[in-house]
Every structure is written in C-alpha cells, then in structure tokens.
Design a protein around this ligand. Structure first.
Ligand code: ADP
Length: 331
C-alpha cells in the first residue's frame, strides 16, 4: 500500500487529498496518514496541508525496492526477486545462501553497506554506507563449470557499457575483474561458483561500485588506486539510476552470451581492455611471470608472452596482475 501511495503521488506530481488516496487504496484516511509517515521516515519528503492533501517533493537516492523498481527496464533481473538490506557482512554471502535455497536466476541482493565486502582471494572491498552500490546477482547458466570464468568477462563488458552511459565517464576493463576510470579502480566484480563436476548449481556475481565517495572516504591504503564516479565527473550521481543501468546492461550482455557464445563478447571486451598490449607481471603462488599481455583466450584466460617468448595461459582466480597502471595514463 505504501508503494501504491508513492506511485500515485509520483504520477500526479501535485497535491492529492487524503480522501482521494484512501479511496484509491481502499483504506482509511488514518491508514494513509500512517503510510505517509513511514515514507517520510525512509527519506521521502512529502508536504502535507490540511484539507488539500499530500504532495511528494523529494525522493531519496536509497537502494530500496520502491526506488529501484520505478523505471527499471530489465527483462527479468531484479523485477521479481529483489532483496534490499541496510547492512550485511557481504551481499555475496547472502546471495550464496539464497542460491542454495533455490532462488531463481536474476535474483538481486543490494545493501547500503557491507561490513566485510569481499575482493578476490580473501581481500577486503571497502563498502561504506550510502556511497556506493554493493550488489550481488544469482545466475544459473547451463554451461560447464570450467567455463564459469567467462562469466566474469561477460559481466565486465556489461558493467563497462553501463558506466559509459554516464556523461564524462570512460570506463575500461583491467583483466580479470576490475573496472577502471582514469586508470583507477572504480568497480570490482567477484564471481563465486557452486558446482558439481559437470553442472553449475549457481553463480553469484558480486559487484561493488564507488559512486559518491570523496577520496578521503577510502581507507588510506586504497586511495592511490581507487576512484569514485563522483570524483571523476565532479558531481554526486544517482546510485538508483546507475544500478538500474547496470542491471539492464549486464542482463542484456549475459543473454547475448548465452545465445551467441563468448566470441562477440570478447570482441567488445578487447575494445574496453586496458590489459591487452601492456607489460604485466603475473603472480601465481610462488611463480612470477613478466611479459606482455597479448590477448584474452576463448576461455577468458589471459595470454602472456614472457621475456623468452614463451606463451603462458593465465586463468583468473589464481593470479594477481601487477603493473603501474597509473603510469599508462594518456597512452
Ligand atoms: P585485485 O584483483 O585488483 O588485486 P580485488 O579484485 O581482489 O583486487 O579487490 C580487492 C582489492 O581492491 C583490495 O585489496 C584493495 O586494494 C582494493 N579495494 C578495496 N576496496 C576498494 C574500493 N572500494 N574501491 C577501489 N579499490 C578497492
């Protein structure tokens, strides 16, 4: 009912009387008043004038259902299965629980903050309250588990497309899972897999995007390599709109991948890639390979030619890429 009141006030844009709202919602005027108060508590500014009614003057940029579903243009993702939280340890952990419970493909989990946001290999992802998008999506592709790393590339292409819709942003991909703006990390993608030998049970895609942080909001040790979209464009941005674009673009890219395979996605991936053609240092356990990244393979691996011209196929998940990405600015 709260959503219905919100819809009516949004569509009208003007004062609507308490009586009219109570008729349209089929409840008493007191019930309407109570729901309006709840909306105010959530951050909506609603003016009320006796005998005239209620008028919506401000919608908060909160990652809550009413906001996210308004104007969301996905085919399915988030529309039927969307869970929003204030604080969680990690949205990926919730998504894994939900995946194990059988929640469908396209289930989206979003939180205002994460206390233990995850990067790869147990690293931490800083996820302060209200400043970014910390979200996970459950996927159930009918592909072999060995192909799961491809999904990270698919998601990265979708993410680059979504962020490039923002005026003034040029988002690039650093293999395997980072999205960079101005050579600094604006977003990360963490793919987690539950599978049997021949079958994927579910994949959880975790995505963290720095939206409205100032540089001092990042932990000191991350500042050199991190950036928010706000810093890049010089103004606050709507997290709601950006999350909608993300869901729309990555859902589209994912369906394209399921229909056409990785090839066309790889072509797009190469266009966004910051890694191909660059000197890299790959750390795999105790082994270090120095060389140049020559291409990305059909399985999503990075192909590196070392100093002795020997080719190495690097599978995501086992490695860290090192390189002074900042020094490539302006290339
Ligand atoms: P990589 O693969 O680039 O080493 P991960 O994808 O594992 O990194 O992400 C975790 C790392 O990202 C952290 O160790 C930290 O250096 C950096 N980091 C953590 N939080 C953020 C953030 N909000 N924005 C940008 N970088 C971050």
């Amino acid at each position: 009912m709260k959503n219905k009141i919100l819809d009516i006030l949004t569509q009208t844009g003007e004062y609507v009387s308490g009586e009219k709202l109570s008729q349209l919602c089929g409840v008493s005027r007191t019930a309407v008043w109570k729901q309006v108060n709840k909306l105010k508590e959530e951050g909506y500014q609603i003016e009320s004038q006796s005998r005239i009614g209620y008028r919506l003057v401000y919608r908060p940029d909160k990652l809550i259902k009413t906001e996210l579903l308004e104007g969301l243009q996905t085919l399915n993702w988030g529309k039927h299965s969307l869970y929003t939280f204030d604080n969680v340890d990690s949205t990926n952990n919730i998504a894994k629980d939900y995946g194990a419970q059988g929640k469908p493909e396209g289930t989206v989990i979003v939180a205002e903050s994460q206390s233990r946001g995850k990067g790869r290999l147990g690293r931490l992802w800083a996820s302060p309250a209200g400043q970014g998008i910390w979200a996970s999506i459950i996927l159930r592709p009918s592909i072999l588990p060995t192909l799961a790393p491809q999904i990270t590339l698919v998601m990265a292409v979708g993410m680059a497309k979504a962020l490039n819709k923002i005026e003034g942003i040029e988002a690039k991909i650093k293999w395997p899972n980072d999205i960079l703006v101005n050579n600094r990390k604006v977003a990360g993608i963490l793919t987690e897999l539950s599978a049997e030998i021949e079958r994927i049970n579910y994949i959880v895609i975790g995505i963290g995007v720095n939206v409205n942080q100032d540089i001092n909001d990042f932990p000191e040790e991350f500042r050199e390599n991190a950036i928010s979209l706000k810093e890049a464009v010089g103004m606050r941005l709507s997290r709601v709109k950006i999350l909608q674009w993300m869901l729309e673009e990555i859902e589209k890219t994912y369906h394209y991948y399921l229909a056409e395979g990785l090839k066309p996605i790889l072509a797009e991936w190469r266009n966004y890639s910051l890694t191909i053609g660059r000197e890299v240092e790959v750390i795999m356990g105790n082994e270090r390979i120095k060389g140049s990244a020559v291409d990305v393979g059909d399985d999503g691996s990075l192909i590196v030619k070392d100093e002795n011209n020997i080719m190495h196929k690097i599978i995501a998940g086992d490695v860290s890429l090192r390189g002074k990405w900042g020094s490539y600015a302006g290339d």
